[in-house]
Design a protein around this ligand. Structure first.
Ligand SMILES: [Zn+2]
Length: 451
């Protein structure tokens, strides 16, 4: 059958660049985080000796007064910076929604998500719906400027939305690291907070989860780590050649200024080995403020959460609003139904059912690829590749729950090929059987049992 010839020619031409691109990813020399060390920050901004707060740059006093009670909601704007051609650094709205979702999963330990094993800090993130002028917005801006893409040129002076009221996240090259913040809120007694430079920067290929860009940094936790800094957390490790003080109260004024994170000399760069020791204690390898691979990270400790909430209450008082929804994780639930298999090009109706909580549910499905409407309980799904959809249900009190359902494309090889062609912009090909130019989807259908 001559169709095989067509198939193999297209395979060779189209798959080769993908193989090369994969081999080009070497992750051995990556700089996990470009946030300056505590010593560098004190040298740059001075030590805040007269700061009375419980979360200064040289002390934590994590009393129970900072335990999560009401939820604090932070409004976010994401500035996507691309090169001059608006090409390198491009990110879809879907990926922005995906990253905001990851932040919520990790900071709230949402059930059913990869953040579930952690602790609920009751800190929520929402994209802005109004801009600083009061106009409706998606909470996403896009700019094309190669200098800005390379993290130069003071882009934040042009792009920042009032940093005292919005958390400004920028995606660009990341200045050679996966991400960074330029300072911690307590530096210089908090006087840097609210300036245009007050920001979170994420390398665009480390932004959002399940993008396939990097094997070990693909759960969106670069942003979780950097937002931890933005909310006043230091790295768990000292990296200064000596173990930090151990035992209370000295551990509140040395190292990461936190006592319920084990003392650590140097970052955990890769493995998720629970038996590694530093300073006579197990390394805190699961902590979001370490350098572990994304799947190994899932924890903010009780005292870290208290320090983050203290930082909001002491330095970022205009950044958050209190949401009194008293969600305890069991109020509302959602069932997304059973997994389903369909032929490529066919569709199926998904079905999410909410229960409990305050009723008056709203729904949000991610990713939105192939969905008729991602905001209804029963969207029609016609994905072009096997896709696991996550539905988030929100009740009238703002409490949320999640569930997943997978739509499997029954002919996986054909679906993968079609997905690749589509991403390369290939809509048509030459069929040696008929000597005709044919639609690629029709061609794939002809090769599968699904017709
Ligand atoms: Zn860091």
């Amino acid at each position: 059958m001559n169709s095989r010839f067509f198939w193999s020619v297209v395979c060779l031409v189209l798959w080769f660049p993908a193989v090369q691109a994969q081999e080009a990813f070497g992750e051995g020399d990556l700089r996990r985080c470009g946030t300056p060390t505590r010593e560098e920050l004190i040298e740059r901004y001075g030590e805040s000796r007269f700061d009375p707060s419980d979360c200064s740059d040289n002390l934590t006093n994590p009393t129970e007064a900072y335990d999560p009670a009401a939820s604090y909601q932070i409004t976010v704007v994401v500035h996507i910076i691309m090169d001059d051609n608006c090409n390198v650094g491009s990110l879809s709205d879907d990926l922005v929604h995906n990253q905001i979702q990851v932040l919520n999963e990790d900071f709230q330990a949402i059930k059913g998500s990869s953040g579930e094993p952690g602790s609920d800090a009751k800190i929520q993130f929402v994209l802005a719906t109004t801009d600083p002028d009061g106009n409706p917005t998606t909470g996403i801006t896009r700019s094309c400027n190669t200098s800005w893409y390379n993290d130069n040129g003071g882009y934040y002076n042009d792009l920042a939305w009032d940093p005292s009221r919005y958390m400004n996240i920028y995606t660009n090259s990341g200045d050679g690291s996966l991400g960074y913040v330029p300072f911690l809120p307590a530096n210089a007694n908090g006087s840097l907070v609210g300036t245009n430079a007050d920001r979170v920067v994420i390398g665009h290929t480390y932004f959002a989860a399940n993008t396939g860009n990097h094997t070990n940094f693909d759960l969106g936790r670069t942003a979780t780590h950097e937002v931890g800094h933005f909310l006043g957390l230091e790295h768990t490790f000292t990296n200064s050649g000596g173990c930090p003080s151990q035992g209370t109260p000295n551990c509140y004024s040395d190292g990461d200024l936190i006592c319920d994170t084990n003392a650590e000399l140097s970052p955990n760069f890769s493995s998720c080995n629970d038996t590694e020791n530093d300073c006579g204690e197990l390394k805190p390898i699961h902590n979001y403020m370490n350098y572990s691979y994304d799947p190994c990270m899932w924890e903010f400790t009780t005292e870290q959460i208290r320090r983050m909430r203290c930082t909001l209450e002491s330095y970022r008082t205009d950044l958050y609003t209190i949401v009194n929804n008293n969600c305890d994780g069991s109020d509302v639930a959602v069932d997304a139904g059973s997994d389903v298999a369909v032929c490529l090009g066919s569709d199926t109706e998904l079905s999410a059912g909410g229960s409990g909580g305050a009723g008056n549910y709203s729904y949000s499905w991610q990713p939105t690829d192939g969905l008729s409407d991602p905001t209804v309980a029963n969207p029609t799904a016609a994905p072009t590749e096997t896709t696991t959809y996550t539905v988030t249900i929100t009740d009238g009190n703002g409490c949320t729950a999640q569930a997943q359902v997978t739509v499997t494309i029954t002919d996986g090889v054909a679906a993968d090929m079609y997905s690749y062609w589509r991403n390369e912009g290939v809509g048509q090909g030459y069929d040696y059987d008929s000597n005709n130019i044919v639609n690629v989807l029709d061609f794939v259908h002809a090769l599968t049992a699904c017709q």
